[in-house]
Design a protein around this ligand. Structure first.
Ligand code: 6PG
Length: 256
């Protein structure tokens, strides 16, 4: 595994607080040196909700949301107000509590219909991002979680999206869930300047162990194929997610 920065905290709350403060500092550094908005690809599911709530509870002015662009690393193919929608989760946890211009909120356009149409429309929107050194749109920060099956974003084991090397975003049929997902691909995710896995809870122990020490098999363990091309790589985890797993020898580890 590529050399990663690992930050270990006592529990999910302290891990989320540490990542909140890390994001605040990253945005403040960014806006001090460029007019370009700071782009964040948000992960879905339940783990990041507390982080998003913490960001939404910051004193007004801590983050200049006019200078931040929010994206979604993946989305369920349901309407934006659907109970399973990642957009809706972020809207409730964060968007309703901050002053961010609508034009800075780049959710997947019109999910819930033809997933290929939504994926193509999202890829088109993301093509307006500045290009990185590999002529791929560059996202400043990609936030990711992992599932118990070691999926990340909506890159699930043994699904078609794992082999997508050209598109930035694609639709992905997930047999085990019997549903369509829309997901950023490795090509886009790995171009980011910072890629951060937020992983908390004992239920993630096996998945985290598979990423750090498992046999290399990205079809079975899709999160293994996440490694920034030129950006920085982070794992922000709590003690429960680590359990008895040894830390990767080549990583830079801090207990915070
Ligand atoms: C999603 C996420 C997905 C998530 C993992 C972990 O749409 O569900 O983007 O990749 O990060 O499934 O989810 P939990 O945090 O709920 O365990």
């Amino acid at each position: 595994m590529q050399t990663a920065n690992i930050r270990v905290s006592e529990n999910q709350e302290r891990t989320s607080l540490g990542l909140r403060d890390w994001i605040v500092e990253a945005i403040q550094r960014h806006v001090a040196k460029t007019d370009r908005p700071y782009s964040i690809a948000l992960s879905g599911g339940s783990t990041p909700r507390q982080l998003y709530e913490m960001l939404g509870q910051l004193p007004v002015g801590t983050i200049d949301w006019q200078r931040v662009r929010l994206l979604w690393g993946d989305e369920r193919n349901v309407p934006l107000d659907g109970s399973q929608s990642n957009y809706r989760m972020v809207r409730e946890a964060l968007l309703e509590h901050i002053d961010i211009p609508a034009e800075n909120v780049w959710h997947v356009p019109d999910p819930g219909g033809d997933p290929a149409v939504a994926a193509n429309a999202y890829a088109k929107r993301l093509s307006d991002l500045p290009l990185g050194p590999n002529q791929v749109p560059l996202i400043d920060l990609v936030l990711l979680g992992i599932g118990d099956d070691v999926h990340t974003a909506s890159l699930f084991p043994h699904t078609k999206a794992l082999d997508e090397n050209d598109l930035l975003v694609c639709e992905n049929w997930v047999e085990k869930l019997n549903c369509w997902r829309i997901t950023m691909t490795y090509k886009l995710l790995n171009e980011a300047d910072d890629v951060v896995f937020l992983i908390c809870g004992a239920s993630k122990q096996a998945a985290l162990k598979a990423i750090w020490h498992g046999p290399q098999d990205a079809q079975a363990f899709p999160a293994q194929a996440i490694h920034p091309n030129q950006g920085r790589f982070w794992f922000m985890v709590d003690e429960d997610a680590i359990g008895e797993t040894s830390l990767p020898a080549q990583a830079y580890t801090q207990r915070v």
